[in-house]
Design a protein around this ligand. Structure first.
Ligand SMILES: [Zn+2]
Length: 108
C-alpha cells in the first residue's frame, strides 16, 4: 500500500507532499498490507455503497499509519489482519485469509 511519511513520524496512506502536522516535505513510502486491530465497531446499518452489513476496525500498520477498515468479520483488539484497498475503500480481515475474500461487498 502506497503512502507518505514525514520525519516527525506522521504517516498516511494517501499521497501528500506536505506534512499536515509540521508543514515539512513528506517522503513517498510503501506500507505493508497488514496490521493490528486497535479497536472494533459493530455497525447496525448497512453503509452506503456496500451490500452487506459491514463492521469497522481501526488498524495500525507497524511503524506506519492507522487506518479505518471495513470488515465483514468479527475482530478483536490485537488481532493481526491483512489490508486490501478497493476503489478507495479499505477492507481488512484475519491474517491468512485469502484477500479475495476481503473485498467484493461494493454494490454493482
Ligand atoms: Zn511532519
Amino acid at each position: 500500500m502506497k503512502g507518505s511519511k514525514c520525519r516527525c513520524s506522521y504517516a498516511t496512506t494517501s499521497h501528500r507532499r506536505i506534512c499536515p502536522r509540521c508543514g515539512k516535505k513528506m517522503k513517498p513510502s510503501e506500507w505493508p498490507d497488514e496490521g493490528k486491530v486497535l479497536s472494533f465497531t459493530r455497525l447496525q446499518a448497512i453503509p452506503e455503497g456496500l451490500k452487506d452489513p459491514y463492521n469497522l476496525a481501526l488498524v495500525a500498520i507497524e511503524n506506519g499509519p492507522k487506518l479505518i477498515c471495513w470488515t465483514s468479520g468479527t475482530l478483536k483488539e490485537d488481532d493481526s489482519v491483512t489490508i486490501v484497498e478497493q476503489k478507495g475503500n479499505v477492507f481488512c480481515g484475519p491474517k491468512g485469509e485469502p484477500t479475495s475474500e476481503l473485498k467484493a461487498p461494493v454494490k454493482a
